[in-house]
Design a protein around this ligand. Structure first.
Ligand code: PEP
Ligand code: MN
Length: 341
């Protein structure tokens, strides 16, 4: 349940109102927006009479029960858009950021070269997997801790924050210097991992599970935010459907829907959605058109010889021309691109 207070409600009246609610047996937290303060109730709200509290407290504009199971990530609780800061890069409404890099870090020279090139193309963050969740135990599993070191060095050399996937909570101590932790599609409902990541304040890219509904996706984000970490970026990366010509089906309707239901930033990964590099430019442009706050695009220096996901990777020249196009479109949509604070 939330009570939205009138603009300019005085502090002492807010405190008195909160006291009354708590006396009725609920705990509260305040969400202070640019226009309104929202009092959010947690606990046994069933016995709270919304109309009574609205009528008897002149600072209250309206009260509403939140019927959705997600609360902390719900836009009703937090009407303003959340902006997530990764290094000096801001992700959220009004901005447009491109994250690019290979599926997996393969060598130090590779990732340093990719980082330098994509930086020149206007990319604002470097991605690269060190720990790779592969379907086959015989496939390349990533360079692990060594790969993480190469990625961090490449990000530092190019001046780009880095995004990389954590596969389980025992790896988290290794991620101390990582700017953004990625939770992959296969781990979207690894609840212990979500809770643990929620206990740190590091930005998180949470990818949608390929068989997960939008509500389940938001509930996973709720695990992180309710533990105290508000820095979550949602990433739509395609879901499994009956279609076999693409690796997944990009659910573009999820983008505006997530932005309606939640205050969290939403980005799109067209690479894992399509599985085919030839579709990546069109899907990327579509993502800009539906209001995504950014893109994550797999990019490799030599896609033909990539150790994972080569078929969907753009090469560095393809990324350069796509980026120029995307950034132009995003500016046209009124977004600030590659903005650094
Ligand atoms: C990745 O980003 O390389 C990856 C494994 O993505 P997903 O979890 O979306 O499959
Ligand atoms: Mn990949």
């Amino acid at each position: 349940m939330v009570f939205v207070l009138k603009q300019g409600a005085p502090e002492d009246k807010i405190a008195a109102f909160v006291k009354k609610i708590e006396a009725a047996g609920c705990s509260t937290f305040l969400s202070t927006g640019t226009e309104h303060t929202v009092v959010c109730l947690i606990g046994h709200t069933a016995k709270i009479d919304v109309d009574f509290f609205v009528q008897t407290n002149d600072i209250v504009e309206y009260g509403r029960r939140i019927t959705e199971p997600y609360k902390a990530v719900n836009r009703m609780v937090h009407p303003d858009d959340t902006h997530v800061r990764a290094g000096d890069v801001i992700v959220g409404e009004g901005y447009f950021q491109v994250i690019a890099g290979p599926c997996a870090v393969e060598s130090e020279e590779q990732i340093i070269g990719v980082a330098q090139s994509i930086k020149e193309s206007g990319v604002s963050m470097l991605r690269g997997g060190a720990f790779k969740p592969r379907t086959s135990p015989y496939a390349f599993q990533g360079l692990q801790e060594e790969g993480l070191g190469f990625l961090l060095a490449a990000g530092r050399a190019a001046g780009l924050p880095v995004v990389t996937e954590v596969m389980n909570q025992t790896q988290l101590p290794l991620f101390e210097d990582v700017d953004v932790i990625q939770i992959g599609a296969r781990n979207m409902q690894n609840f212990d991992l979500l809770r643990e990541v929620g206990r740190c304040r590091k930005p998180v890219v949470l990818k949608r599970g390929f068989s997960s509904t939008i509500e389940e996706f938001l509930m996973s984000a709720e695990y992180i935010v309710s533990e105290g970490n508000p820095n979550v970026i949602l990433c739509e990366r395609g879901i499994r459907t009956f279609e076999t010509m693409t690796r997944n089906t990009l659910d573009l309707s999820a983008v505006p829907l997530l932005k309606q239901k939640s205050h969290l930033p939403v980005i799109v990964d067209p690479s894992h959605a399509a599985g085919l590099r030839s579709l990546v430019p069109a899907l990327s442009k579509a993502a800009v058109a539906v209001g995504a706050d950014g893109l994550m695009i797999e990019t490799h220096n030599d896609p033909q010889s990539a150790l994972s996901d080569g078929a969907q990777a753009l090469d560095l020249d393809q990324l350069r021309s796509l980026c120029a196009d995307l950034l132009r479109r995003a500016v046209f949509e009124g977004k600030k691109c590659n903005f650094r604070s």
